[in-house]
Design a protein around this ligand. Structure first.
Ligand code: FAD
Length: 374
């Protein structure tokens, strides 16, 4: 029998190398401006104009730039919050696009890393596994993800706590948790660390518990104590746990709070919620964006091919999809010399406008210093 389910790879070494490979061309050839929050997209549709449309963007510091094509990859959560204020009020986004942005929901997945002095739950390696900041726990190399599948003495890679009645929680909210055992990763990527995934209202509950508490590595800190109280009911159920053993006492916690991060769209990624109708059409409408009319294209995981919505692969594919459409449009346009000359004149005008904005910013340095949000 042919195995129809393809392998779902775990990228043990993080996306770092993949990203470096994917970004190489842009890093070498593009003018990249980091730490610039775009707050306004002046993308208009003027059916009377003989010139192709252009889009002017404005950053929080007040700088304006005009481009032939703009690809907006801010997350769906960002679009939900800024679908009106980031676009001209006299030329808003089309109502069907606004409706699509509202219809598809945005998830609340968070991660919490809990590191121990050793991976006590790894029965066969418990005595060998010790953690060092400089060199991840290479002595756990025998417990690679693949060997974990076949070895009966190695704790598995994934654990689900499906009905944790032993953990205090509101009765009406699902509190099930998933953890990934990072000690089961191969070779130098293995750590004596448990990675918990929290979602929905439970994730919001934890983010709110932590939101006013400073992040700290000190075991006596409120940050450490709050997370320890929350997660002890779970990790205390793993094999070999001994409440009196220092090996079973967390040495560090780290929790994400993407729900509070506007650049993450205050959440995680596209969620196809129960009860949604015609969601496929909503995704298609977002994928279509307003590129052909207004030169403002939408990309990002929320506009990906259906199979890859909510994934890094989907985000990448969506960018390729938009690039292909832009190239096709230019092939079809065959921009005439007259149009090119008119654009050049427009650009010169625009440069003067940008200069005047920059002069104003120099005169108002305080506004600039407070403005950069990334
Ligand atoms: C807990 C968790 C686990 C996940 N696990 C997986 C997994 O195992 N596999 C997988 O494939 N995917 C996973 N994902 C999903 C994956 O991370 C996303 O689908 C992917 O990052 C989306 O890429 P993107 O480019 O669309 O958006 P993002 O990665 O969110 O990038 C958007 C960028 O826009 C920038 N930005 C936002 N607003 C502005 C603005 N106004 N001006 C300028 N810049 C702005 C942000 O700073 C950010 O850099 C996970 C996500 C979470 C939260």
């Amino acid at each position: 029998m042919i195995n129809a389910i393809p392998e779902n790879a775990f990228v043990a070494g993080t996306y770092q190398k993949i990203l470096a490979y994917v970004a190489a061309t842009a890093l070498a050839d593009a003018d990249i401006r980091l730490n610039e929050e775009v707050v306004f997209f002046n993308a208009r549709h003027d059916p009377q104009s003989t010139l192709p449309p252009m889009t002017t963007i404005r950053t929080r510091s007040g700088t304006q730039q005009t481009y032939d094509e703009v690809v907006l990859t801010a997350p769906l959560g960002w679009l939900k919050r800024h679908k009106y204020d980031a676009f001209p009020s006299d030329c808003p986004l089309p109502s069907r696009l606004l409706q699509a942005i509202d219809n598809i929901s945005y998830s609340r997945l968070e991660k919490v890393y809990i590191t121990f002095p050793m991976a006590f739950w790894q029965q066969d390696t418990v005595s060998a596994a010790s953690h060092s900041e400089d060199s991840p726990n290479s002595r756990l190399s025998s417990s690679s993800a693949s060997s974990a599948k076949s070895s009966t003495s190695t704790y598995p890679s994934f654990t689900h706590f499906s009905t944790p009645n032993y953990a205090p929680h509101p009765p009406d909210i699902a509190w099930n948790q998933t953890l990934v055992n990072l000690a089961a990763l191969p070779d130098t990527n293995s750590h004596p660390t448990l990675l918990f995934y929290l979602y929905g209202p439970c994730a919001t509950h934890l983010v709110n518990l932590l939101k006013d508490i400073p992040v700290s590595t000190s075991p006596s800190s409120p940050y450490h104590q709050t997370l320890r109280t929350f997660f002890e009911p779970y990790y205390s159920r793993l094999p070999n746990y001994d409440i009196l053993s220092p090996s079973c006492t967390p040495s560090a916690f780290l929790a994400t709070n993407w729900q509070l991060d506007p650049f993450a769209g205050n959440g995680a990624y596209t969620n196809i919620q129960v009860g949604l109708e015609n969601g496929d059409r909503d995704i298609e409408v977002m994928r279509e964006g307003v590129g052909e009319d207004r030169r403002l294209w939408l990309a990002g995981e929320h506009t990906a091919p259906f199979i890859a919505l909510g994934t890094t692969t989907g985000g990448y594919w969506s960018g390729e999809g938009v690039a292909r459409r832009i190239v096709k449009l230019y092939d079809a346009l065959e921009v005439s010399e007259e149009v090119v000359a008119a654009r050049e004149r427009d650009r010169e005008e625009m440069k003067k406008e940008v200069l005047s904005v920059e002069e104003r910013d120099v005169a108002n340095a305080n506004a600039n210093a407070n403005g950069l949000a990334l």
